[in-house]
Design a protein. Structure first.
Length: 307
């Protein structure tokens, strides 16, 4: 029998988390035997619960909530030398990690998946002294998205991000960035910098189609132009999965990065939430966690690589 912790954010998924909690607990008990359920009440709870699970030798930690809950859980696990396996049931607004791994977006299907899910290595990013699972964004659009409240997310879903982002987009504000890595350097104005570990950013699953869960790389996009005409040219490329070829976009891959920018109080949006202020140092921790993914999806990827 293995001991598993189920961390539940009761305010996620338009406050429907508790309706799925009992079903998830039952599935986990049938597979692993022992399940300890923890309900978050405030920011930081998921991180503390996950850290406790690592220290107490739990086999796995399963998080039920949005991207913020998942990020907190990963921050609790990634800091330890011996880390439990990680799994999740998506209940958020965007659910980028679920989109990039083939984990069902519908909670009841994600719970069902855990009955036969298999483990796959997963990279984790580190920015200064905190960890992230999916994406970093820097620029005035990212700053605007940080202002989206929990109430707006609950009421409007992804549209809330679009509304705030559009306001900043209309202002067409640029920052002067200095970006350094072993592969490339950038010292110029840009509207937005996005560094992702996975293919999905803001619910757009073809943002970085080359990205793999365990490729050990950050996929860096620098958007130097972002007016209406530029956006009209970029959108078709984004739909096709060829954003890196669009005019006004610089793209490269790296395993570490340093970023600074003009102005004070410019912060990094980390997995959809406000993060540290610039300057920052970023690195990839290759295959740092083991993630539960759908059995069929993992077999398909393995078979593709053999071909």
């Amino acid at each position: 029998m293995e001991k598993v912790m189920l961390i539940v954010n009761p305010s996620s998924g338009k406050e429907k988390a508790k309706t799925y909690m009992e079903k998830a607990e039952k599935v986990l008990k049938n597979r692993f035997g022992l399940v300890e359920v923890k309900l978050t009440e405030k920011g930081g709870d998921a991180t503390q619960f996950a850290s406790d699970a690592a220290e107490e030798g739990f086999y796995a930690v399963i998080a039920m909530g949005g991207d913020g809950t998942l990020n907190e859980t990963i921050n609790g696990l990634a800091r330890h030398e011996k880390r439990p396996a990680f799994g999740f049931i998506p209940l958020g607004t965007v659910n980028d990690l679920a989109r990039s791994t083939g984990i069902p977006l519908k909670p009841h299907k994600a719970i069902k998946m855990l009955e036969t899910a298999v483990l796959k290595p997963m990279d984790v990013g580190k920015i200064d002294n905190q960890y992230f699972m999916n994406v970093l964004a820097i620029g005035m659009i990212a700053q605007a998205v940080d202002q989206v409240s929990v109430e707006q997310k609950t009421k409007f879903g992804p549209v809330a991000y679009f509304i705030e982002g559009l306001k900043a987009f209309n202002r067409h504000e640029l920052l002067h960035f200095k970006i350094r890595s072993e592969e490339e350097s950038f010292d110029d104005e840009a509207a937005l910098v996005v560094a992702g570990l996975t293919n999905s950013v803001g619910g757009m699953e073809k943002w970085a189609p080359e990205a793999e869960l365990d490729d050990g790389l950050l996929h860096v996009f620098i958007l130097t132009k972002l007016g209406f005409i530029d956006a009209a040219n970029i959108l078709p490329q984004l739909v096709k999965g060829t954003l890196k070829n669009a005019n006004g976009v610089e793209y490269y891959k790296t395993n570490s990065l340093e970023i600074e920018a003009s102005g004070e109080g410019i912060s990094v949006n980390v997995d959809g939430d406000p993060g540290p202020s610039l300057p920052v140092k970023i690195e990839v921790l290759p295959s740092h966690l083991e993630l539960f993914v759908p059995e069929k999806q993992n077999k398909k990827k393995m078979f593709g690589k053999l071909l």
